[in-house]
Design a protein around this ligand. Sequence first.
Ligand SMILES: [Zn+2]
Length: 365
Amino acid sequence: MNNQLPDFPSGRAAVFNGAGQPFEFIERDVPPLNKGEILVKNLYTTLCGSDIHTYCGRRIEPAQVVLGHEIVGDILFIDPAHPHKDFRGNEIKTGDRITWAIFSVPADVEAPRKDMPQKSDYLFKYGHALANGNDVFNGGLAEYCVLHANTAVIKISPEIPVEVAATISCAHATIMGALRIAGEIAGKRVIIFGAGLLGLSCVAMCREAAADHIALIDNDESRLKWNEKFGGDDAYASPSEIAEKLPWAEADIVFDMTGSPQAMKTGIDSLALGGIAVWIGAVFPAEPVQVDAQKIVRKVLQIRGLHNYNYDDFVNANAFIESNYKKYPFGELIEKEFHLSEVEEAFEYAYKSKPVRVGVKIAGA
Ligand SMILES: [Zn+2]
């Protein structure tokens, strides 16, 4: 069987050359697929907070990278060596709509821990790899993406709006991981710091997991309007407000999406006996968090971090969105859309106006 692609000889990619540099649009041939790879036609990419950190130079990526790792697309071609099954065991074929994990572990590499494949050596991360020669189709801001063999792929219904489906592979999967780490949610009092897509996804997931009470906090008051629509009970614009008005004194679980040392400290201070703080926002350099060790010990508190997510989280996040995309208005959180050709404007808008998410339409651009 011929694994060349005569019908898809070339495609466009928007290459990021470093903060302050304009995006460069390049046209390249799709390279021949390696064993077990899948060629995807990207349909839609949402700009994650970490893309925006990279864009503004707060987070350093190699120059010449095709950004975008919250992606959804349709399968164009599957190399014959691929098992033609998705991660849930469903058959996949050309034309199927899929999402895929942001990372791929090479087949011969063993994960350092079974539950942490995202921390393996030689990890390949979509939207973070060097755009090199014809090997540019490895991120969301390009017309195609070549999925490495061994990438966890999940076939999803084309009825899920693309702007919602795109966000599964970073935001929702990460939050699913945060809930896993937090343990039992049912009957618990939860405070969530940060009302971006991560925070609002966390509100909805905690609601579905039968949390007793969910409070959301963000100093951007315009975002708090979403709280109720995602199942939250109370929303607060500052930690002092939470201290004054929260109907209960202490939380069983606090989630931090902000990466702000002050917010993480307030979170620990808000915990009840035996409480747990789950931190996922601190993915950029910041001042250390001052913790009162005696309080941690005497109140039997836990602090747990999570970076990215594991395969179970990815599978469960897909299932969560499949069950709940009509119940919660996730699509409305993509507050503005751009075409791939407007990627510069998309980042500028995301950086300056701070919407919950910006979407980039890839197909038909
Ligand atoms: Zn992300």
